[in-house]
Design a protein around this ligand. Structure first.
Ligand SMILES: [Cu+2]
Length: 268
């Protein structure tokens, strides 16, 4: 692409952001059981419906958290001043959660990321106490942004709960990061959504976790990025995806058996 075309695409992307509708979660299906998602208009209902998703009264505009807020867990953990959902959905370790958005604008291209934070009681958890480990991420793969994959799949992202993590309650943090304006300073847009779950079965693994205000910085390669060129080298931000001990062991064996020859070529 010529510079002019890149600039035009960036301009159109920025323009699109001001005219296209954003979404919020529409439905959450946990191991086949449907749950009601949070709707920002719930704040006008008395009593407000009790749901597994965290509340965000400031989200009436279906808006985003911007990079200048990354240092504030009350904003970036579970959206602006998000508070814990009153309910908890039960899911087996290794089970699946389908997260459906009401809509997602095609212009808002970017990665989809999922994290878990272990908590004693998800319904009374505070965003500032959440320590997250990443369980799933997708950026730009096979010429497609994860956001486009989500749109093509009926606005739905399927998350698999690791089979080996300890049983108990967790806050699932599902996030789309829109990068259409991310070439500019403070231009990325994070749309995090939190969901209360109780994992049954499982193992004993407690992955290393990161506080929400340490997940990203404004200058991360995957945050301050112009996506209107070649996106194939896009680097997904945040900590590495947690890998189960079994996976780590297989990787270790593979490296030991296959990698040894490369690092120390045997002479014949
Ligand atoms: Cu937008």
């Amino acid at each position: 692409m010529s510079l002019t075309k890149i600039q035009a695409a960036a301009f159109l992307g920025a323009l699109a952001s001001s005219v296209s509708a954003h979404g919020h979660l529409n439905a959450i299906t946990v191991d086949g059981t449907p749950y009601t998602a949070y709707d920002p208009s719930f704040q006008y209902q008395i009593p407000a419906p009790e749901v597994i998703e965290w509340s965000c009264p400031e989200c009436l505009d279906n808006g985003f958290v911007e990079p200048s807020m990354y240092g504030d867990a009350t904003k970036i953990a579970c959206h602006k001043d998000g508070t814990a959902g009153a309910k908890v959905a039960t899911v087996k370790a290794g089970g699946k959660i389908d997260i459906q958005w009401t809509t997602w604008p095609e212009s808002h291209k970017g990665p989809v990321l999922d994290y878990l934070a272990k908590v004693d009681d998800a319904t009374s958890a505070k965003s500032t106490d959440l320590q997250f480990f990443k369980i799933d991420e997708a950026g730009y793969e096979s010429d497609q942004w994860a956001s486009d994959k989500l749109i093509a799949n009926n606005q739905t992202w399927t998350v698999t709960i690791p089979s080996d993590i300890a049983a108990g309650q967790y806050v699932l943090r599902h996030e789309i990061i829109a990068l259409h304006s991310a070439g500019q300073e403070n231009g990325a847009q994070n749309y995090p959504k939190c969901i209360n779950i109780e994992v049954t079965g499982g193992g004993s693994t407690s992955p290393t976790a990161t506080a929400a205000n340490k997940l990203y910085t404004e200058d991360d390669a995957g945050i301050k990025v112009n996506i209107y060129g070649d996106a194939s080298s896009y680097k997904i931000p945040g900590p590495a995806v947690y890998s189960a001990p079994a996976k780590r062991f297989v990787a270790f064996v593979k490296k030991s058996i296959l990698g040894l020859g490369r690092e120390h070529p045997r002479e014949f």
